[in-house]
Design a protein around this ligand. Sequence first.
Ligand code: SF4
Length: 278
Amino acid sequence: MTESTIAEAIASGEMPGRVWIYSNYHCNLACSYCLTESSPRSERRELTAEQMLTIAIEAKSLGFTGIGVTGGEPMLLPWLPETVAAMAAHLPVILLTNGTLLGGDRFERAAPLAHPDIAVQISLDSHQPDLNDMARGPDNFDKVVAVVPRLIVSGVRVRIATTTAGPLDSPTLDPLRALVRSLGVRDEDHIVRPIVRRGRADERDLGVVAVARNIPSELTIAADGAFWGSFGPTVRAGRLDTDLLLTRTILPLSIPASTLLATLRGLPEGADASLGIR
Ligand code: SF4
C-alpha cells in the first residue's frame, strides 16, 4: 500500500486522522477503572523521546492530522513536555494526563505546553471530592481543581475528561459541568465518556463492553506494537491485551498505518464506532 493511498484514506474519512501514542504505562495513581492497570509498580513499557518525535514527523508526511499522547501517566517522563512541544511543530497534539504532577514547584514543567497546537486533557470525574477521589486516589480532586486555572492563566489550553458509569447526558453531571466551567474550561472542552470494560475495569466488573466495532479505529502505537484504537493496548491481570494488535512493527509508521487500512477495508459495511468514546 503506497503512502498516497494512506493519505487519500485519511482525507476521505475512510481512516481516522489521529494517531495515539502510549508513551509509558506506569502511573503515580492506580484508578479503579484504569484500562492499563497502571500504578507506580507497573511495567514501564516506555517509548523514547526520539521514537515519539519520529512518529509525529512520519504521521504528518502520511497525511495524519493529529496526535494523542496517553499512558500510564506521560508526565512521569522527564523529557515529555519538551518532546510534546517538538511534536506539535508537526501536528496538533492532545496530551492526556491526570494533572497531579504539575502542582507546587513542579508547575514550571508545564511551560512548553503553552502552545497553540497543544491541548492538555485532565481527568475529573465528580464535583464531589470524596466520590472523585474514591475512583482516582486521595487528594486528586483538590490537586486538579488547583492546577487547572493555573494552567489556563499560563496559556495552556485545558480540556477536562470525565469518565462515568452512568448515562453520558445525566443531569447528575450538571454540577460537575458548572464546576468545570468555573475553572475556566469551555463547554466544548469538557468531554464525558463511558468507562470501557477493559483492563482493571473488566476485573472489577465496571463499564461498557467494547469490541473493535465499537472502538474508533484510530491508529495507536505503544512500545509493544501498533493497535486498533486507543482502547487497544490495554492490560489485564498483568498481561498486555493483544486482541486488537495490528502488528508488532511500529516504525516506519507506514507499516502499521497500511495494516490498519487493510483491516478496515476487510470489514463489512456499517462498521462505524458507536459508543461515543473519545
Ligand atoms: S486511569 Fe490514568 S491516572 Fe488513573 S491509573 Fe490509569 S493511567 Fe493513571
